[in-house]
Each structure stands twice: as C-alpha cells, then as structure tokens.
Design a protein around this ligand. Structure first.
Ligand code: MIG
Length: 796
C-alpha cells in the first residue's frame, strides 16, 4: 500500500448483528466477529477495546500507556433490546451492531455514524461524526498547519528525505518520523481526546474526503480507543501525559543552546568552535559529534586519527561548561571480528528475517544488522555497551538517529522481531521508542544520579519518557521555518514537549536574514539546536558577519537569561504535563485562536510572535529611516507588556507589529512574574544563587509567579530535594510588597531573589521583600537590562 492510500470504506464489511457477552458485547457480520469491552481507566478516561477475531497477533496495544493505566476497571454491560450500554464515570456509551455513541459527562458527544465501524480482514475502520467541530489537534510531528481539520495523517515512521526524495522540500507532504495516533477535537467550547492505541500503521482523514467525519483505519492488530473527556485542552493534555508518561526534568545545560553540524570532523575543529564561541561572546551548552567521529561508522568507536583523545577533549570542554553529545545509529556493521558485532551474534540480539537469518540492511557502515530492542536481552546488551562508551568517552548524551528505522537498500518489512516470530509492522513505529528505552538506562549506568539526555529522530506515543526529539531533516527555507511552529505545538500537545527543529535549516544553504529569524523564532523552543547538512553552507552564528552575528548573539543570550523561567516551565511539565511551548488555545479557548499557529505562548507568561517572512515581502514599515518587517500579532485579552518598546498594550485585538532585524516581537502577560538570570554568561556555567524576579504589573491588581529551585543537574529532585517559591507582588500607594513563600528541601534564602519592576506607576518609591515572613525594605532605583531598551527599577 502506498503512502497515504487507504482501504475504501465500501470495501469494509460492517456488522449487522449484536449479542451480549459476559464482559461486553460481540458484533458480527458475514466474515467476522469482534468482541468489545469497556474499561474506566480514570474518571476522565474511558477505554473501548475492539478485538477482531481475525487478528492473529494477540498483542493489541503499544508500549504507550504506562503500566498503571493499562488495566482499568471493567464496566459491566447493560443489555437492552438491540443495544448494549456502559456507564463509566466519563459518560454513557451505547452500542448498536456497527455504531456507538458516548455522551460525555462534560456534555460533549463522541459518536460514530451508522455503519460506524467494520472490518476487512485485519483492517479496521471507524467513522466518527465530528459534526461541527472546528478544531483538531495532536497527531505528534506533522507538517502543514496546526489545525488538522481538512487534513489527513498516515502514521508510519519513515526517514522522510530518503523515502520521499521528491517531496521533502515542500511544506505540505505528510510523511513523518513519528507516529502518534492522537486526535484532540474541538467542538464549540469542548475538547475531546481520542487516542487510538494501535502499534501498527494507522490512517486518519479529518473531514478531508467527507466533511464532518473523522475516519480512522488501522492496518493490523487491534485498536483500543481511549476517550479523554476534557473538556479543556489543558485537561486533555494533562490526562494524556499521565497515561503515556512525562519527561524527566531536563538538566539546565540541556536547556541551553546546542551547536551541531554534519560533521565537526576532528579535534581541531571542535577546539576551533570553542574558541569561536568565546571570541564572539556567545554562550553554548553543547557541541555535537555527527557520524564522522566514528571509525568507519562502527558504533562505539572513535577514529583515532581525527580524535586521538576523546575522553580528555570532552572532559576539558566540560570544564569550560560545554557538554558533548554523539550520534548513535542503531545499525551495527556486519563485520566478523568487530567486537560489537561478534558480541551481538553471540548474545543473539539482532532482528531476524522470516527464515531466521539476521536481517541485513545497508546504511552508513555498509551491510548492517539491527538490534532487536524489543527483547530484554538486547536492551541489557545495548545499555551495557552504550553506557560504557558514554563513560569512556566522557560524553553527556546520545543522539539516536536513523531509528525510523532507516534500512537503506533493504526492505524494512523483512526485519522481524522476537527471533523472527513477530512481523515487522507491529514494531516498526516503535523501533525508535524501544531504542530510546534501551538507551535510557545507559545514561545512568555509571552515574545513577545524572539526568539522562537523549535526542531521537523517530518516536511514537510515550517516547517522551526516555528522550527528547528533533523534527528531522528540514530545509533552509522560509516555508520550513514557518512550519516548525505548528509542528512543535502539536508535538507538545501529544506529550513530546521537548522538541525542536534544526535551527537555520538542515538541507540547502541558509542566508543571513533567514538564519536570524530562525534563531528568533526558536529561541524559547524547549530544544534549541543549530544543525546543518554536509556540503551546505556553514551556518554557525558568526558565519554571516554583522548585523546577523549581533542579532543571533542577543537572541541566544536572552535564552540564557530566561533559563530560570524555562526551567519553571519544565517543572510545570514534569508535575502536570503542560507543554513548555503551547498554542494560545491552551490558555484561551477563543474561537479566533483555532488556526493561530504563527505565534505561541511559552509557559503562560510570555508570548512570542516571530517574524517569519523576509524583508521586502508583505508590509514593510519605515521607522526612523529604517525599514522594518511587519506582521499581524494577536494579543489575547488582558494587558501585555511589549519588551521591545517597553510599553503596555491593550490585548484582545490583532495589531500590526514592525520589527527590525534584531527585534523579536515578545510580550509579557500582565500580572506575571518571570525569573531572570542577570549574572555572567559563560557557556552552561551559571551561578543561579541570584535570580531576578521581573514583575510585570501596573499596580492595579497583584502579580504572581512560581520559581523552582534545585541543583539543576541531578535526580535528587525525585526524592524531594527541591524548593517551590510562590511569589506575589502588590503595590500600595508608593510601596511594592513582594511576598515569597518558600518551601521544600533547601533552607529559605538559598537563592537571593531580587525584584525588578517594569513600567509600574512612577509613584512607586520602595519595595518590601518578605520571605516566609521576614521583611526587608529597600528604595527603588532605575536600571537597565539587556533584553529591552527601557529603563526599569530595581532595589537599591
Ligand atoms: O543519512 O548523520 O537526520 O541530522 O546529520 C543521513 C548524518 C544521516 C540524518 C539526520 C541528520 C544527520 C545525518 N543523518
């Protein structure tokens, strides 16, 4: 079956008969019968399982749902005349022979149409009536727009550029490296989540061929449908990430700026990079090794001529605050005598063909075999070797590429699992997931308290438990820059909060202006890395000289200054599942925001509306003799502080905003408090013993914020070693009162907090800082901060 091709709905047989069973019901048609049962997973999540009698493979779920949520409570069927109903807390579900509908406790309705589900051999179809739905989100990593109404999705992970060489440059192709069958539907003010747990290939058509209908098909295995009741988008994402897992807290360095290229080829180039970053006064938290560090692309080796002493090099870099990450492909060179290969043969860890031979693909090292990461013995074998390699090389993380899986010359379908007993399709979409799962313990093998850092190309639902993700090979074009925002937003709603594109674009040559705008658009993305392909024009921050260099430098530095805020967002994600980067719809359920995907929120306090078009297109605005690129910016209700111009703006409107090359349209929400680092910047080394609290408040009502403190680096937070600091700020006549309520493991006062006030009334003369009841009063004085030109006030 070709990509995107479906089974015609008329080629399915729909059931015409229904009987009650002990646990649910059985529906049947001429050629099939299917058993259906209902479980309450949580009060907010109901699961319907469809077990097709013709499905051979008994495994009917993926590794997505965490074990605690796999069982649920069986809901007994209530048997009526021609129908069977279930009454979980989430609502009331009624089944006929080939339809069902569920009236949610929230008032929303999930309904399949008449002849709503059926079978064609193993293939399953379900037609949902989404009626007047005006929004559909989720689906993980996709191209095109944010709102998937009128769009279609094919969940089959591929190495997009290799498999679709003629279309990858476009911004409207569908293939993806990730497969996440989650649809979040917005009807009126209600959001409803439908997660189709099926490990195989699945297809969606969201009102594209038939208006008002969502069509789901799975090609193999059985599907379990998890219905998440919302009704808000936030509640759905929170529940979905409870079910499928959330990322660990990232270490502070991994939230910094990353520099990559295919490839930095030898030690001299790496040292030169370090020197260039220092010379250009740009902090960098990690340098990356692409495939050319290896000896003939053999995993867990270094080319001794290019990198004679990798451990010493990486340790030295770490001293300077620069971490290192190396690419790791799954393919093992098929070469008797190569230790890794020999040990894998001995331990029988590789994928096999139907005839029982080790499956052979052809990728970078030539003929390659592939670890079967679904086997416990392979996971152990891999974790041990990867763990030793990371330790011996003093690396801080692994970059998992080619795990879609890319098999080059060979047809991946010949690659089978569990010693050749399980067909390829069950695990295809999960290959990267199990690779990440096997790699995760490798990171802590020799350093149990270190937070693992993994970056993967391919993923499926739940992979966020083990790894961050980058969105694969993009192109240095304005279209691909534009596309990066909806892609990252939908990934965040699908649980994979830590993600980002190759900044600057991977394939093709970038240009100065595009590079600047790319940095500005992504400077607050959860994962922030410049990466480019071999033979493309170099695109490190200094490659285009001024004014590009200064604009990029300021952008990167601003990220570092806002790291305490991003970290607070990361904590929020860890605790509740809220994505760091989110659509406006997440906080404001306004109809006007259903399609808005060229601007976004970071946490709930910052709004970024980056410039996404080159000068000379659209409306330029001339200010002080200088041409500025302009765009429409939509401000949600409330007041917003414009951080370029240093003034308050009324929200609840769309305005035209002009930005010079070195300006990022960036707005802070009224009554928010944003933690900010104003200390020296030296790569990932930051002294967070002092944090400023930037108070965005006009004084009419009070402002609030929360800061989290821990060691920014280890897993001790999982044992309660952290503090939460709740902050409120309020103005009475001429005095600000900042109240800090600090609790947790560390003594209060571990971090020195200093308030900074933006655009508050000029009458304010002094501030009283009260920490857990201890009060200190100080006068205010003017100051300035690098990220805006305006004068502020700080404590004297
Ligand atoms: O066949 O390792 O997406 O980021 O630079 C290409 C070389 C293999 C694909 C990755 C890209 C990486 C490149 N890899």
């Amino acid at each position: 079956m070709l990509f995107g091709q479906k089974t015609h709905p008329l080629n399915f047989e729909y059931a015409d008969h229904l009987t009650a069973t002990e646990n649910g019901l059985r529906v049947s048609g001429r050629s099939f019968h299917a058993d259906i049962c209902c479980h309450e997973i949580t009060p907010f999540c109901t699961r319907l399982s469809f077990a097709n009698g013709q499905v051979g493979d008994p495994c009917n779920h993926s590794d997505a749902i965490q074990t605690d949520y796999r069982d649920g409570r069986l809901i007994p069927p209530d048997i009526g005349q021609d129908q069977v109903s279930f009454a979980p807390s989430g609502g009331l579900i009624t089944f006929g022979p080939s339809w069902f509908n569920m009236t949610l406790a929230t008032g929303a309705v999930v309904a399949t149409v008449r002849e709503g589900f059926g079978y064609n051999g193993e293939t399953f179809i379900a037609h949902f009536d989404i009626g007047d739905a005006t929004g559909c989100y989720g689906f993980g990593e996709r191209t095109r727009r944010f709102n998937k109404i009128d769009d279609s999705v094919d969940n089959w992970t591929v190495d997009v550029v290799a498999v679709f060489p003629h279309t990858f440059q476009r911004d409207d192709y569908d293939p993806s490296y990730a497969a996440i069958p989650l649809a979040i539907i917005k009807s009126g003010a209600h959001f409803t989540g439908l997660y189709f747990d099926n490990p195989g290939r699945t297809l969606f058509d969201v009102g594209k061929t038939h208006g008002g209908r969502l069509l789901y098909q799975s090609l193999r295995g059985n599907t379990q449908i998890y219905i998440l009741t919302g009704p808000s988008l936030r509640q759905i994402v929170r529940h979905f990430t409870a079910l499928t897992g959330r990322a660990e807290l990232p270490s502070l360095w991994s939230l910094g700026y990353h520099q990559c290229r295919w490839s930095y080829e030898n030690e001299a180039q790496i040292r030169d990079l370090q020197a260039q970053f220092a010379q250009h006064d740009i902090p960098v938290s990690a340098l990356w090794y692409d495939i050319d560090y290896m000896d003939g692309y053999r995993l867990f080796t270094w080319n001794g001529e290019r990198f004679p002493a990798p451990q010493a090099l990486n340790q030295e870099l770490k001293q300077a605050g620069i971490r290192t990450v190396a690419i790791i492909d799954p393919g093992v060179k098929r070469e008797p005598g190569y230790t890794l290969y020999d040990s894998g043969i001995e331990a029988q860890v590789f994928c096999k063909t139907a005839s029982g031979r080790d499956f052979v693909g052809r990728v970078w090292p030539g003929d390659t075999v592939f670890p079967d990461f679904t086997l416990a013995r392979t996971q152990d074998w891999w974790a041990e070797r990867l763990g030793d390699f990371l330790r011996d090389s003093a690396l801080d993380g692994a970059w998992l590429d080619m795990n879609d899986p890319a098999t080059g010359y060979s047809n991946p379908e010949d690659m089978r699992f569990a010693d050749g007993t399980i067909e390829h399709d069950r695990y295809h979409n999960q290959y990267a997931h199990f690779m990440a799962k096997a790699s995760h313990p490798a990171c802590t093998r020799h350093a149990p308290d270190v937070r693992p850092f993994l970056l993967t190309r391919s993923a499926c639902t739940g992979t966020q438990r083990y790894s961050a993700l980058w969105t694969g090979d993009n192109v240095s074009s304005w279209e691909h820059l534009r596309m990066a925002i909806p892609c990252t937003l939908n990934l965040g709603l699908s649980g994979l909060a830590y993600n980002g594109p190759d900044v600057g674009g991977f394939l093709g040559d970038t240009q100065a202006e595009l590079l600047v705008r790319w940095y500005q658009a992504c400077f607050l993305f959860p994962f922030f890395r410049n990466h480019s392909a071999r033979h493309s024009k170099r695109q490190e921050p200094w490659c285009f000289g001024e004014p590009c260099l200064s604009a990029v430098r300021d952008t990167i530095k601003t990220r570092y200054r806002l790291l305490p805020y991003l970290y607070a967002c990361a904590f929020q994600h860890y605790l509740h599942g809220d994505p760091l980067l989110r659509p406006l719809l997440y906080d404001y359920e306004d109809k006007d925001f259903e399609h808005l995907d060229d601007q976004f929120l970071v946490g709930d306090a910052l709004l970024v509306a980056p410039i996404l078009t080159p000068a000379g297109t659209g409306q330029d605005i001339v200010i002080d003799g200088g041409k500025r690129q302009s765009r429409a910016v939509t401000l949600p209700p409330g007041r917003w502080y414009d951080l370029n111009k240093g003034l308050w703006l009324d929200g609840d409107r769309t305005l035209r905003y002009a930005a010079a090359l070195d300006e990022i349209p960036l707005f802070a929400k009224e009554n928010s408090i944003i933690p900010y680092y104003n200390g020296p910047l030296h790569n990932s080394l930051m002294d967070l013993g002092k944090i400023e609290l930037h108070v965005f408040c006009e004084g009419r009502s009070s402002a609030r914020g929360t800061v989290w403190i821990d060691d920014w680096e280890t897993r001790r937070y999982t044992r309660g070693h952290f503090n939460s600091v709740d902050i409120t700020a309020r103005l009475d006549t001429d005095t600000w009162t900042i109240t800090l309520t600090e609790q947790g493991h560390y003594p209060s006062g571990t971090v020195d907090f200093q308030p900074v006030f933006y655009g508050g009334p000029e009458s304010a003369r002094q501030a009283v800082l009260s920490t857990n009841g201890q009060r200190r009063a100080r006068a205010l004085q003017p100051a300035s901060r690098p990220w805006i030109s305006q004068w502020l006030t700080v404590l004297a």
